[in-house]
Design a binder for this molecule. Structure first.
Ligand SMILES: Cc1cc2nc3c(=O)[nH]c(=O)nc-3n(C[C@H](O)[C@H](O)[C@H](O)COP(=O)(O)OP(=O)(O)OC[C@H]3O[C@@H](n4cnc5c(N)ncnc54)[C@H](O)[C@@H]3O)c2cc1C
Length: 481
């Protein structure tokens, strides 16, 4: 349930076997041909968007904010920045051994068709097209940013999907012919004619129904009323906010949370919703002296990034008011994302009502290490903005102190139903939810720690692999490509 970045992959893969019946329940609309979904130069998540939902969040104990999630077939991947960078190999040291960098590489290759690079780390036949903008075509801000970073001595990383840890390079994008290629397009749409596959858009899942600890079915609605569909297997792919909320509403979660909401306990699973990770992002406003005329309207949201220390610095290619229609932010901004943070957060339902948004608390910047690491990234960002390419020293150019830099989140939430081999983890290495029979999770919630890059490519990889586990014959130890 949930036809987002991961759910579209799982549904497409499971329906390859015509003997299987796959019902996909997705809360958002099917909008395959909506130009907002196809356009990689904008993120249609602003106020009033019918393709996304906003959650009020607590970023720090005294700082409120919000986080968006796609609510449309294709999920957040249908409305995101189309930055499609794999988690670096070193990240997988914090995953279970069966998800080592060597184990996952064939799955990264399997899912992609890289149009720029070939060789042992790349795929040529996968469904997701990957390409980078030629540095010659960078827009005004991207070109200035790359110039400054290179002049400052940072190395050029031509392929961020096979790169070192520090340097500047063009962003791999899941874009083809100027269109965002979400998994709604790369995976689900081509599968829709299959007899065993049914997609129900605008179908809100309320909870899983259990008999004892065995799945009996799924309770959902299309508008008013409740329906029950019987099944012995449920795959949750509602994303890192709603998947733990769905489990909690179904009676699988921390007992105190369930009791508080009057939900009968099916399985005490204290870590459902706990210890998720995300990237804090400081948005540093600046004035770009060449103004909007320098903006190439075909530029993706971000086309070049600099990785330095624990931070990633992103020169957004236009003011957010343009990138996120309706957001009303008129300044240009550099994003400084802390990609390795100590902070962990929690998702908790505040009601048994499926339409109530859960509470999301981030706990950002509690550790001195996080504050120092982000401060170092901010220093580099300000140095960049003080250069002549950004109009530093000229009136109307460079860094503006007011309004001050603003803390936000990169909306990369992962790990709210952590996968692991230990009994405290929510799901095992194949995505099976511990403590109940017949429930699986296959989305960003299972990723043990948010990747040190944007998570989208890694989410798709996880979905491909868990789908293969689900499709494997009972008793199979492993799955091969
Ligand atoms: C604005 C934005 C920009 C981003 N930019 C980037 C980027 O450029 N690069 C990058 O790497 N990452 C980016 N991310 C993050 C990335 O897109 C997500 O990590 C990824 O898409 C998550 O995939 P998922 O399948 O776990 O969840 P989602 O893709 O969010 O899918 C969850 C789906 O479940 C559905 N759903 C939820 N609850 C229910 C319910 N009760 N019943 C039925 N359906 C339900 C939702 O409608 C949604 O379609 C961005 C995210 C956002 C929001």
């Amino acid at each position: 349930m949930g036809a987002g970045s991961a759910g579209c992959v799982v549904a497409a893969r499971l329906s390859e076997d015509p003997s299987r019946t796959v019902l996909v329940l997705e809360a958002g609309p099917a909008a395959f041909d909506d130009t907002r979904v196809l356009d990689p130069t904008r993120m249609p998540v602003g106020p009033g968007s019918d393709l996304a939902i906003d959650y009020p969040v607590e970023l720090m104990s005294d700082t409120r904010g919000s986080v968006s999630r796609g609510r449309v077939v294709g999920g957040s991947g249908a409305v995101n920045g189309a930055y499609f960078v794999r988690a670096p190999d070193a990240d997988f040291a914090r995953w279970p051994a069966s998800w080592s960098a060597d184990e996952v590489l064939p799955w990264f290759r399997f899912l992609e068709h890289d149009r720029d690079f070939t060789g042992p780390r790349h795929g040529a036949d996968g469904p997701v097209p990957v390409e980078r903008r030629d540095a010659e075509r960078f827009d005004g801000v991207g070109a200035a940013f790359a110039d400054v970073a290179l002049a400052a001595g940072f190395g050029w990383i031509a392929d961020l999907n096979d790169g070192g840890d520090a340097g500047v390079g063009p962003v791999p994008l899941n874009v083809a012919s100027g269109r965002r290629a979400s998994t709604a397009h790369t995976h689900l749409r081509p599968a829709l004619g299959r007899t065993g596959l049914t997609l129900r858009p605008r179908a809100l899942v309320h909870r899983i129904a259990f008999e004892g600890n065995k799945v009996r079915g799924v309770v959902w609605s299309e508008g008013a009323g409740e329906r029950l569909v019987l099944t012995n297997r449920v795959v949750l792919a509602a994303g890192a906010v709603e998947t733990p909320a769905l489990l909690q509403r179904s009676g699988v979660g921390p007992v105190n949370v369930l009791v508080r909401q009057g939900i009968p306990v099916v399985a005490d699973s204290p870590n459902v919703g706990r210890d998720f990770t995300d990237h804090p992002e400081m948005l540093v406003p600046f004035m770009f002296p060449d103004g909007r005329d320098a903006t190439d309207v075909s530029a993706p949201v971000v086309e070049v990034v600099l990785n330095v220390g624990d931070c990633e610095i992103r020169p957004y290619t236009a003011p957010f008011g343009d990138l996120v229609p309706g957001s009303g932010v008129s300044e240009w901004q550099l994003g400084v994302g802390l990609m390795r943070a100590d902070s962990v957060g929690a998702v908790e339902i505040v009601s048994a009502d499926p339409s109530a948004r859960p509470s999301v608390r981030y706990g950002y910047l509690r550790s001195g290490r996080d504050r120092d690491a982000l401060g170092e990234g901010m220093t580099v960002a300000r140095e960049i903005l003080s250069t002549k390419q950004f109009g530093g020293g000229r009136p109307g150019g460079g860094h503006v102190a007011s309004p001050a830099a603003r803390l936000s989140t990169a909306a990369h939430l992962c790990g709210s139903c952590r996968m692991g081999t230990d009994a405290d983890s929510v799901v095992d290495e194949r995505g099976r939810v511990r403590g109940v029979d017949g429930v699986f999770v296959a989305d960003s919630s299972v990723i043990p720690v948010v990747p040190t890059r944007g998570p989208h490519a890694t989410v798709v990889m996880v979905a491909e692999r868990i789908a293969a586990f689900l499709a494997a014959p009972a008793g199979a130890d492993t799955v091969h490509l």
